[in-house]
Design a protein around this ligand. Sequence first.
Ligand SMILES: *Cc1c(COP(=O)(O)O)cnc(C)c1O
Length: 391
Amino acid sequence: MQISGTLRGALGAATEDRIIFDLGGIGESQRRLTRELPGVAVRFAVKACPVDEVLDTLAVAGAGFDTASPGEIRQALRTGTPPRLIHYGNVVKSDADIAAAYRLGIRDFATDSVADVRAIAAHAPGARVFCRIVTTGAGALWGLQGKNGCSVPEAVTVLATARACGLTPAGLSLHVGSQQMSTTAWRAAADDLVHAITRLRRRGIRLDHVNLGGGLPALGYLDRRGLPLHPPLDAILAELRDGIGRLRRTAGTPLDVILEPGRHLVADHGAIRAHVVRLTTRGRARWLYLSCGKFNGLYEMDQLQYRLEFPTHRGAPTVPAVIAGPTCDSDDAYDAGHPMPVPAGLRSGDPVWILATGAYSVSYRSVGFNGFAPLPYRAVHDRQPVDVALR
Ligand SMILES: *Cc1c(COP(=O)(O)O)cnc(C)c1O
């Protein structure tokens, strides 16, 4: 994986730990996705990178937003994006949250149960709802099974209830699982949606959109064993184009298509400048402790390793070491069975660059675990860095 000159320059210039976002790369990833999937509306899943500068960049490049709370809705609205391009995509929401979203102008709500539909009818009268159906999550690094979505027959009941309550039964949604690595999952998703649209038509319910959710992969990760993940992105996009064609033919009436990518748009365009805490040996194993781990930016190390660069030790002899974060928590480490090669001469304080960390790094930072502050971030665009420290 290549990182941009802009990102490389900002990493090299950093003398303190921070997360760096390349806004040019993020805007381009949005534009590229729209070129690959013409006519598909992109709504960025805010939780993947709730950074104002990133959201502004995506909005300028044409994205709307998938949000999960009134807080995310307010942040998305601050970009100047009209409420009709923002939806409330969380099936879990209180009466007060529904009412707050409605007051903010949001009219599209995800749902997956009759109880939630009744709450939306009461607190967002006349709103539009889309029903989320379950997927198996097979083939994804994070399958997301269990908490969200209902079966196709239940979705028919939920949307019929919505209609009876004065809401507009507007769409269907799903999520194939995050960092989905297989094309089969997208085919199965389209099959399920074709089935659901057919059953809904029989009940006299015609949808105006389907929402194919998130799950598109980032390209720059290593798996738990430290081997490059090679997601078949081109084949996935081809499968999506095919599925969208089938869905439109099944609907028989105009059908808008929405995607809610999160990590795909941002992961490869962010990187962390951290530093070496210590390279040490215990028993027969070498350990490399870094200043950034599971609790200050790399929560997803349960399923991943990251490409590391040590800019002050290029080409130096390496030794295998288990990589871990700075806290005393034993979960704050990569898989001990799969050490990574690291320069043998690393000293405490040496810089390390942790690549492909633009997604779920800011949103998953904990505050004050073992006294480590959340990493600050910096958003850069070509040669005009905008320095911003998070609270
Ligand atoms: C998290 C989430 C997404 C984004 O998922 P990615 O795997 O990062 O693309 C999209 N939609 C919903 C409803 C989500 O909860």
